[in-house]
Design a protein around this ligand. Structure first.
Ligand SMILES: [Zn+2]
Length: 228
């Protein structure tokens, strides 16, 4: 079974583990401009919405590269438009973010298309944040893989990892992980942003059930150095 579809780790288990709060802090103070790459509308907020808010508050230039419009989550023909709008509304809680949409096919993102499009859009930014290339979702992995080859500092953020991995999991590169502690007001803005993605949690059989969403309400975000 796909690890994303299998029952996952309870957020209580992650919170009971002291490994996350023991991670060294990310030093993002040297960044004046940051590109965040989302495979689907919501990856950016779930993975690094708090860090984006902190950077926006400091006046850093933020660019979101939205790789797909997330049309594969539901058969509804209006779903892409809805998800793009959800992301735009969510980002209002985060701060000033310029968005570039690539419109690549959801669940069929190809490395060669990303290799053609990403380098130019990342060029000149101090850092690039992208989904982890071992996150178990093929789009996340393609984006993470190609981002890692971009010519800047690159950090990966996990999404589905919190669901399929366990505390101290040997499949996770804890030795190159850092944390971003989120002050309460920033956590609240992240939560307000997450609440905008209603298409992903309002169904009877949601893509993001409460047990998965719970992973993104903790007071810290975690990133992996893509090129240690
Ligand atoms: Zn995603």
């Amino acid at each position: 079974m796909n690890p994303i579809d299998a029952p996952g780790t309870d957020e209580e288990e992650w919170r009971a583990w002291d490994g996350l709060e023991a991670l060294p802090p990310l030093n993002s103070y040297r960044w004046n401009s940051v590109v965040v790459i989302a495979a689907h509308p919501d990856d950016e907020v779930l993975g690094v919405g708090g860090l984006m808010a902190l950077l926006a508050d400091r006046g850093a230039r933020l660019r979101l590269i939205a790789v797909t419009d997330g049309e594969a989550s539901h058969p509804d023909p209006g779903i892409a438009e809805r998800r793009v709008a959800e992301s735009a509304t969510a980002l209002k809680h985060i701060g000033a973010v310029e968005t570039v949409r690539l419109g690549l096919p959801d669940s069929a993102v190809r490395d060669e298309d990303l290799l053609r499009l990403l380098p130019e859009l990342v060029d000149g930014f101090d850092a690039c944040l992208a989904p982890w290339d071992k996150d178990a979702h093929p789009d996340h992995e393609a984006v993470g893989r190609v981002a890692a080859a971009c010519d800047t500092e690159v950090w990966h953020f996990p999404i589905w990892t919190w669901h399929w991995a366990r505390p101290a999991d040997l499949r996770v590169p804890w030795d190159r992980a850092v944390q971003v502690p989120l002050p309460s007001p920033v956590s609240e803005r992240k939560q307000a942003a997450i609440d905008c993605f209603t298409s992903q949690f309002e169904d009877p059989d949601p893509i993001l059930p409460p047990g998965v969403l719970a992973h993104f309400t903790r007071g810290r975000e975690v990133l992996f150095d893509a090129r240690p």
